[in-house]
Design a protein around this ligand. Structure first.
Ligand code: ATP
Length: 448
């Protein structure tokens, strides 16, 4: 049963109309499940990535940042198990030529009318399931031969594992410590869809935390809680967030324990994974030791012992969290004393693409000049937007729809007493603020 309304279609249209997200190569008819972030979308996603980076890297002594390459030595993917095992079960329909994930048939739709699950029409002829590897292959160098095959990474984690000792030794870190990175990953998903929820090119924010064996479950619990707190601090509603524990049958080949953070996207999509927290044991480092013949042990000087650390991983999709933030923020409401309702993106101010918009009430009496001066003074501290077209009501609506927390208006009084009004997106309350105090006023509200 759907617990939250389905706002996906409305969001897709708002995102296109207001410059958040466009279909990739739209003028050529689009590319299947690949999306481009427009001017406001790139700011929103960047703000989310910055919050993650600040929480994971900047604010901690025990986590280091990394930016590993997308293309890696092909042996990496043999060691990680991806060449042999990164597969989804695929079924074809001989009638409609559709391809579906055998384990997700309930989420798929047969192209025949009326819309049903694949296999449910009399005419459906589904084949036996067979394994389909999700990695994109390409060739390195001038020869397209099997010896030069490389893969577009399907996760960022392996770039961290192969650099474990480089980072530990260059930064003189002691276990327990972590390595974090943000980067693109690629999966040739059989059934992508639901806007930016499941795409073939996406961005991951992953952190691998290396710990002494035996302390792993304690750290696992700690990271589970910390990651849930991060999503809450992003403004996602507590009733939309839940943990989902992986049962024995669901656990990946490398995992000793796994929890997903799930978010309620509403409608039939409902609760879905946005982040995975995994106890990977020593699987990855041991595999890379074997395949590379290089030791990946940690030497604990204090206790004079050597061991291969266990790894607690937190893995979250930047695009999926962006979608969760948008779904969570979207609301339609009536406004007292006005006929027209408003659409609001109630985004947490720290991730809103525009922090404040500034409007001259009229296009004369020096108001535009004063508004532009104020904007120029503030824009290096806060992304700003200037708008002088249409009624003030219309200008407010435009900003509400993209989640701008504050609208500043320069009016007749402003040019005489150097004050402006500041309207709050959510409470609609208006404060009269001295221009000289504006930066501090906004900073207190936006960063507080
Ligand atoms: P699913 O079961 O949804 O395919 P997964 O369990 O394979 O996901 P992980 O490998 O744990 O996902 O990836 C970690 C995170 O990366 C996910 O929680 C999600 O936020 C993101 N992610 C994974 N695949 C995609 C995708 N195709 N598009 C967008 N984000 C993705």
């Amino acid at each position: 049963m759907a617990s939250q309304p389905d706002v996906m279609d409305k969001l897709v249209s708002l995102c296109k109309r207001r410059g958040f997200i466009f279909q990739s190569s739209e003028i050529y008819g689009g590319t299947g499940s690949v999306w481009d972030y427009g001017p406001l979308g790139v700011e929103l996603k960047k703000n989310i990535k910055d919050r993650w980076w600040n929480a994971m890297v900047r604010s901690r002594d025990d986590i280091e940042g990394l930016d590993a390459a997308i293309l890696m030595h092909p042996r990496t993917w043999e060691a990680s198990g991806h060449v042999a095992g990164f597969v989804d079960p695929l079924v074809d329909c001989k009638t409609c030529k559709g391809r579906f994930r055998a384990d997700k048939l309930e989420d798929a739709r047969c192209p025949q009318k009326p819309s049903k699950q694949p296999g449910q029409h009399d005419a459906c002829q589904l084949t036996e399931a067979r394994n389909f590897n999700l990695m994109f292959k390409t060739y390195m160098g001038a020869l397209e031969e099997s010896a030069s095959v490389v893969y577009l990474r399907p996760e960022t984690a392996q770039g961290i594992f192969v650099n474990f000792l480089n980072v530990q030794q260059s930064m003189r870190q002691k276990v327990p410590f972590g390595i974090a990175q943000i980067g693109k990953a690629f999966r040739n998903e059989i059934t992508p869809g639901n806007f930016i929820f499941r795409t073939r090119e996406f961005e991951q924010m992953e952190m691998q935390f290396f710990v002494e064996p035996g302390t792993d479950m304690e750290w696992f619990e700690q990271w589970k809680q910390l990651r849930m707190e991060w999503h809450l601090a992003l403004g996602l509603s507590p009733e939309r967030l839940q943990f989902h524990q992986h049962g024995a049958g669901e656990l990946a080949h490398y995992a000793r324990a796994a929890f997903d953070v799930t978010f309620d996207f509403g409608g039939t999509l409902g609760f879905q994974e946005i982040e995975g927290v995994h106890n990977r044991g020593d699987f990855d480092l041991t595999q890379h030791q074997q395949f590379s013949s290089k030791k990946l042990e940690y030497y604990d000087q204090l206790n004079n012992k050597r061991y291969v650390p266990y790894v607690i991983e937190t893995s979250v999709g930047a695009d999926r969290v962006t979608l969760a933030a948008l779904v969570n923020a979207y609301r339609e409401e009536s406004v007292e004393g006005e006929d027209e309702g408003r659409v609001v993106l109630g985004l947490h101010p720290s991730i809103a693409p525009i922090k404040a918009a500034i409007f001259p009430l009229t296009k004369k009496d020096g108001q535009p000049e004063m508004a532009k001066n104020i904007m120029n003074d503030l824009r290096m501290s806060f992304p700003m937007d200037y708008d002088e077209s249409g009624s003030i009501g219309k200008r407010y609506r435009r900003q509400d729809e993209v989640g701008t927390p504050f609208c500043i208006t320069v009016d007749g009084q402003s040019t005489t007493d150097q004050t402006v009004t500041v309207r709050d997106r959510d409470t609609l309350a208006q404060d009269r603020v001295d221009v000289s105090q504006l930066k501090g006023y906004l900073a207190a509200k936006l960063l507080g």
